[in-house]
Structures are given as structure tokens and as C-alpha cells.
Design a protein around this ligand. Structure first.
Ligand SMILES: *[C@@H]1O[C@H](CO)[C@@H](O)[C@H](O)[C@H]1NC(C)=O
Length: 284
């Protein structure tokens, strides 16, 4: 074969590879951080990779960083994959939450409290309704959240809020309006994430401080997905309309397993904190 056609074939091959790569990168999940999110603080510490499918937040001694969704959501299923700061992450907090605005805001929180190398992160959860929180539940995870991406999700409908980790429910907050507990159901929420320093309290109650010689600290995000369709939650529920859905048997079993072996704090059983009696929703 002549030099010309060899060269021509080479260029054709490269073009085929480029076209296939472009096709893959545009079809790989609809998520696009450029389109769906905006930086809230620490600009320059928020980085996007590829065509916006991967994002990282970082924290140094000057500032942390954060982003939020451009859109607001009222009910649905929200998924995000996170890979947390590896190594010594003591004193850092990676927050991932849904929140409405104003003094009577509602909020659904995941917060990952860092730790020294080899010690487990704490996953801290909370639910605010009408501006009032104080409903903390904390967990250790059954895997190392710094090695790979894992999926952290919220299913939110008018009847309940479910927190999930890799599709395992870890917490359910039911609508108890019938006994006077407000439930988030009218204020749309944005999705937020931020990485910041809280070494006064985050790690082992503030005993362990951040090792700034390891900065910048970086967490990664990908495969964001917001699905307003309740059917997206079907893997977790028994069939039927969402108004009367129950967790399916597998999900109930997983929830019990997590609560038994991985829950490290539950406000509902903190009788010292509530000497006059635990909050109403805990009694159900
Ligand atoms: C850090 O590790 C200690 C010791 O294993 C553990 O008690 C604690 O819950 C971990 N998490 C935080 C945030 O301190």
C-alpha cells in the first residue's frame, strides 16, 4: 500500500475513534454540571471535567467551595454519586442537601463528617420542616466512601422522605401531619453541595483538627439525576399508587440491617436530650 493510503486509513481510523468517543460522552447519562448547576462560593475551587459530567469541590485554608442546582424541585427522586476526600479528612464536612429558602424553610440533609486516615466517616442526616430541624440520625457506612463513587439519593413524595445509599434505604421520615408534625410538601427545594471546614466539632466531637499540610482536600461528584416521576422510586416500593406505597420487603430488610448495625445516633432515642419526652414523630 502506498504511503498516501496508509496515511488516509490512519486519519479515517482516528476520525472513527473521535466520533465514537463523542457519541459515548454525550449519551452517558443526561447529567451536565454546566447546565444544571451554578457555583455558590469558592469559585476556582469548583472544577468541571470532560463535558461537565464530573465535578470536584475543594477546600484549602482560605476557603471551601459549593454549588447549587439552577432548578427547584417539588417531590421526586434525586440521585448523586459522590467520592469523598481520601486519606486524612478530619475536620472537613461534605454537605449534600435539598433546601427551600426563607425563615420557615424545609431541608433534607446528608453531611459527611471526615475522619483521620483509616477511621470511618460519619454520615449525618437531618430533616427540617418549617425552619425547625433537630432530627439528627447518624450512621457509619458499610464501605469505604473514598475508594469509589457511591450513590446517595432522596426519594421525596407527599407521604414520606427516604434517604438511600446505593439504593439501600437508611432512613425514612413519614408524614405525621395528622399528629401535628409539619411535613415538607409545599416549598420547592434546590439541591446544594458544599465542602467546608468545621474542625471545632466535626471529627470526634472537635478533638481532631484538620491537617492543613494535606490541603487542598477534594471531593468528586458525577451522574446527577433528578426524576420528578415517582415511578423512578419503584425499585424500593411495593406496587400501587405512591399515595399508599409501602417499602417492599427487600427495602424493609435493608433498612432494619442499616439501623441495627450502622446507626450510631438517633434523636428519637436520645432521652437525655429530651427529658420531657422525645419529639412526637418518634412515638410512632
Ligand atoms: C471517627 O472515628 C472514630 C473512631 O473510630 C469514631 O468514633 C467516629 O464516629 C468517627 N467519625 C467522626 C466524624 O468522628
Amino acid at each position: 500500500m502506498s504511503g498516501f493510503s496508509n496515511g488516509f486509513m490512519g486519519i479515517m481510523m482516528i476520525m472513527v475513534v473521535v466520533v465514537v468517543a463523542l457519541a459515548l460522552s454525550t449519551t452517558a447519562n443526561g447529567a451536565n454540571f454546566d447546565q444544571d448547576f451554578e457555583v455558590t462560593f469558592g469559585d476556582g475551587r469548583v472544577r468541571r471535567f470532560g463535558r461537565g459530567q464530573l465535578l470536584s469541590l475543594s477546600l484549602d485554608q482560605v476557603s471551601g467551595s459549593g454549588f447549587r442546582s439552577k432548578k427547584e424541585y417539588l417531590f421526586g427522586r434525586i440521585d448523586m454519586q459522590l467520592k469523598l476526600i481520601a486519606g486524612n479528612s478530619a475536620g472537613t464536612v461534605t454537605a449534600y442537601y435539598l433546601s427551600s429558602e426563607g425563615p420557615t424553610h424545609d431541608e433534607i440533609d446528608f453531611e459527611f463528617l471526615g475522619n483521620v486516615s483509616g477511621q470511618p466517616y460519619t454520615l449525618h442526616t437531618n430533616v427540617y420542616t418549617q425552619g425547625k430541624g433537630g432530627r439528627e440520625q447518624q450512621f457509619h457506612l458499610w464501605f469505604d466512601p473514598t475508594k469509589n463513587f457511591h450513590t446517595y439519593s432522596v426519594i421525596w413524595n407527599p407521604q414520606l422522605i427516604i434517604f438511600l445509599v446505593d439504593n439501600t434505604p437508611i432512613r425514612v421520615f413519614k408524614n405525621h401531619e395528622s399528629i401535628g408534625v409539619p411535613f415538607p410538601k409545599s416549598q420547592p427545594m434546590r439541591i446544594y453541595s458544599s465542602l467546608w471546614n468545621a474542625d471545632q466539632w466535626a471529627t470526634q466531637g472537635g478533638l481532631v483538627k484538620t491537617d492543613w499540610s494535606k490541603a487542598p482536600f477534594t471531593a468528586y461528584y458525577r451522574n446527577f439525576n433528578a426524576n420528578p416521576n415517582h415511578a423512578a422510586a419503584s425499585a424500593v416500593f411495593t406496587g400501587g399508587a405512591w399515595q399508599n406505597q409501602e417499602l417492599n420487603a427487600w427495602s424493609r430488610r435493608r433498612l432494619r440491617w442499616v439501623q441495627r448495625y450502622f446507626m450510631i445516633y438517633n434523636y428519637c432515642t436520645d432521652f437525655k436530650r429530651f427529658p420531657q419526652g422525645v419529639p412526637l414523630e418518634c412515638k410512632r
